[in-house]
Write a protein that binds this ligand. Structure first.
Ligand code: ATP
Ligand code: MG
Length: 393
């Protein structure tokens, strides 16, 4: 096994657990830099598997599949946080793995994740851990109305229930199968933002400026990344908090930390993702180094340099609904009209079946000024039948 501090140079093979869109964009960045790639995913048609040099088609815990991946790859990362951390731990016996199984295990479990935030001195929403009927009975009244979230396996708002009364809370916990949960107080959000950090084996960290995120129905809809997206003081505090969280984990790789900004300007951490994040997709077109380029560099142990954003950007997420808007058969959105807009760059993930809420792609809009990207984003949204992206402004 190669020591982690020796850089893996182009020509080596980089492996990724998971074949979704994040894995696909990682594969694109790795291949652009001259690496070979290997993807492990159970789905034969996975977005990343179909563009990778090697595709290990197996379950995440299948011993043969993991052994094949570790033979193919010189270093391995993950593209989604629900990859079983014990699969990463087992791979790490043979090949350098980053982020570590331990860091991923913390990010996978809201109970451990919140404990880490508290340890780092970063405020999160008031919450209670519910693992037993006694915990449920002991919940303080002032956490209601709240959001009951399963401790593990939630994403895109799945595994969450809004509960207003103790009765709804009890019923919600039964509905969740009485698995470990956290109850979070429902906060009056002013808006949301996130910070993407890349941290190397040597502890050096770089970051993008925070971006402002608009969610609809628990799913990211719009990201705005430019100098007017956030007040500078909030941006500074969010970056400091994200770096403290990454250093506190001794994290290696790309990490996204999501925040709520409350009406009074208070910054509250929501959660973290141990990988590139949907809110960082604008970096592909608006920055000299994308979040996937930095993921390649952290994995390969190459130098990290601070990324520079050269253009204001707005990203619109493209969910399955856009294909299902007309009639019973899926039909393509009006790409030719959208792509006639200067600064609009389309990214589609090669998913064969559009479904409501399914992330099919995103549209990055860059321009010379904030006013220009806002105007173009509004026109793109209108062409696509999306609500105005400027709700985030
Ligand atoms: P993802 O992993 O896709 O970001 P998730 O399923 O892990 O989503 P969260 O990030 O916990 O879910 O919540 C999704 C959204 O729900 C948040 O971005 C926010 O808009 C809203 N939300 C979550 N928790 C709270 C809260 N305590 N108060 C108010 N709104 C909340
Ligand atoms: Mg979230």
């Amino acid at each position: 096994m190669k020591p982690a501090h020796q850089p893996l140079l182009p020509g080596a093979t980089l492996g990724v657990m998971g074949g979704g869109q994040l894995g696909r964009m990682f594969v694109h960045a790795a291949q652009q830099a001259g690496y070979f790639t290997a993807v492990l995913d159970p789905d034969a048609d996975s977005p990343a598997g179909r563009v990778s040099h090697h595709h290990v088609h197996s379950d995440y815990l299948d011993g043969d599949g993991l052994a094949r991946l570790s033979r193919l790859a010189d270093a391995i990362t993950t593209e989604f946080e629900n990859v079983p951390s014990r699969a990463l731990a087992s791979l790490a016996g043979d090949v350098p793995v980053s982020p570590s199984a331990d860091a991923v295990a913390i990010a996978q479990d809201r109970i451990r994740e919140k404990a880490h935030f508290v340890k780092c001195g970063v405020a999160c929403a008031p919450y209670a851990v519910i693992e037993t009927a006694d915990h449920l009975a002991a919940v303080a009244d002032d956490l209601l109305p709240g959001i009951l979230k399963t401790a593990t396996l939630g994403y895109d708002g799945k595994g969450q229930q809004r509960v207003a009364t103790r009765g709804e809370l009890g019923a919600g916990w039964v509905d969740a199968g009485q698995v470990p949960c956290v109850l979070e107080k429902r906060l009056a959000l002013g808006y949301e933002c996130s910070v993407i950090v890349a941290r190397g084996h040597d502890g050096q960290a770089v970051n993008y400026g925070p971006q402002r995120n608009l969610h609809r129905d628990g799913i990211l809809a719009v990201t705005e990344a430019h100098g007017e997206a956030l007040p500078p003081e909030i941006a500074r505090r969010a970056v400091d908090a994200a770096l403290a969280i990454a250093h506190g984990l001794n994290y290696v790789g790309v990490l996204c930390v999501e925040f709520f900004v409350l009406a009074g300007g208070e910054l509250v951490v929501n959660e973290m993702a141990p990988r590139p994040h949907n809110s960082g997709h604008y970096t592909i077109d608006a920055c000299d180094l994308s979040q996937f380029d930095l993921q390649v560099r952290t994995l390969a142990g190459l130098p990290l340099v601070a990324p520079r954003q050269h253009s204001p950007a707005i990203m619109l997420n493209l969910l399955g609904e856009l294909w299902l808007a007309k009639g019973s058969k899926p039909s393509d959105p009006p790409w030719a009209q959208v792509l006639a807009l200067p600064g609009a760059q389309l990214h589609l993930y090669g998913k064969l079946e559009p479904r409501p809420g399914r992330k099919m792609g995103h549209l990055n809009i860059t321009g010379a000024s904030v006013a220009e990207v806002r105007a173009t984003a509004a026109r793109a949204a209108a062409l696509l039948g999306l609500p105005s992206p400027l709700a985030a402004a």
